[in-house]
Write a protein that binds this ligand. Sequence first.
Ligand code: NAD
Length: 509
Amino acid sequence: MSAPAGNLETNLAKAKGFLERFRGAPLGHFIAGRAASGASREIFDNVSPVDARVINHVISGDEQDVHAAATAAEAAFPAWRAQTGDERRAILHRVANAIEARREEIALVECMDTGQALRFMSGAALRAAENFRFFADRAPGAADGLALPAAQHMNYTTRQPIGPVAIITPWNTPFMLSTWKIAPALAAGCTVVHKPAEWSPLTATLLAEIMTEAGVPAGVVNLVNGIGERTGRLLTEHPAIRATAFIGESRTGSLIMSQGAPTLKRVHLELGGKNPVIVFEDADIDRAVDAVVFMIYSLNGERCTSSSRLLVQSSLYERFIDRVAERVARLKVGHPLDPATEVGPLIHQRHLDKVLSYFKIARDDGAQIKVGGARAEGLKPGFYVQPTLFANAQSTMRVAREEIFGPVLTAIPFSDEAEAARIANDTPYGLTAYIWTADSGRALRMAHKVDAGMVWVNSENNRYLPTPFGGMKASGIGRDGGDYSFDFYMETKNICMAFGTHRVPKLGA
Ligand code: NAD
């Protein structure tokens, strides 16, 4: 991926211009087609990871605000559901056009809010637009079902939207991830209440505005800002909400399930990962090195599908680790709006503290810190860490088991296929796995042995939108992508019609 155009000074000046609108009055919600400051007077600071300075203030939605958003979504549902798939398709394509038109604003605001490098965010809005286009084109067929003829009855299935849904998203790539949920929900005919992460709330407001301007009717998409434990919890408990689509940490996922249990909410959970990349001695080493470095140090390592565990066959181990270490030491850490930057600051002081704590844990557990292992002191007060490589780790160590969610890679040697599979599966998670080998039989054997919802062979994470996306074990429940998304946002209904030939049981005759 090459560096984007421009330079830090011009990008920063533009970003400041785009951020200006968020200064002043605290950022509120977006309910029934309009910006709303709501009832709550609870306000929190939104801090930029670049310099630890407050960008703006945000209102944390209370019971009344969540109720207003949920009932707006409930009120808008019958009319939105009644629109034809073709009508929904046209509106969602207009949303995609509008996202593309504001892609620079989205990218620059997202970088300042999250610390993600422009190198990766400059394409994020286009990817978000693609999500809308992909699901727009599937809207006309979303209700399609099966014909299941029996001897004397004709059965057919059809799908109908489940109703108003809650969409709760994390802070790592917030704009793109929210479209990954909102686009299929709208294509299916559902209405939405979106609660973005409190550490990166800005681009959700841009998206709500864009959708409304593009013709999504009032109330079809609503946005409530707020703290997860309060605003998010209230949303997952609200009786008007039929389902919760959640992306975030595994422990929050289990709270979402229990909070939704009294109202019997359907849940879809995309959670954490500790994904292995497994490199065999016969792999294409150059391509494998590129992919290994890309899949953990891009997006600051704050990526659910990052390959945070590097498993290398012993015969190749020293040579491969040296190659990776050389690259890690040369990664360009810096301001996210500098086009040359490869690794930006972490999202928040609390997340920085968490990542830094693993440097001590690694040392205490006996892993070798081959590269990095400290805060990037020269870039203080921004939340920057040195890209880090732990070598000679074992799968029993905490750095090999727990999701660190930073630019931190843990390398573990293995001897053969059986040991590689055992180590790969030795974590609570099961989101993705990456396998590098020239032996197609071995690739297949490994792909089938590894417990992961998605496996890439001789590739970094490459998304094709019709394919299922989701994890096993503590990495989640359910799949997104293509028709899998509609399985979540829609109810399948069976309709059984008699040919009029069967014997109806007679009682009391
Ligand atoms: P998080 O679980 O802390 O927060 C996610 C969202 O949930 C936020 O909007 C937050 O406000 C809200 N929330 C928190 N507590 C809540 C509660 N009790 N009820 C309702 N909502 C609540 O996650 P995060 O730290 O924002 O994101 C990082 C995590 O997300 C990582 O674990 C990462 O792996 C995961 N993630 C997974 C995927 C995937 O597709 N599997 C994609 C991106 C990120």
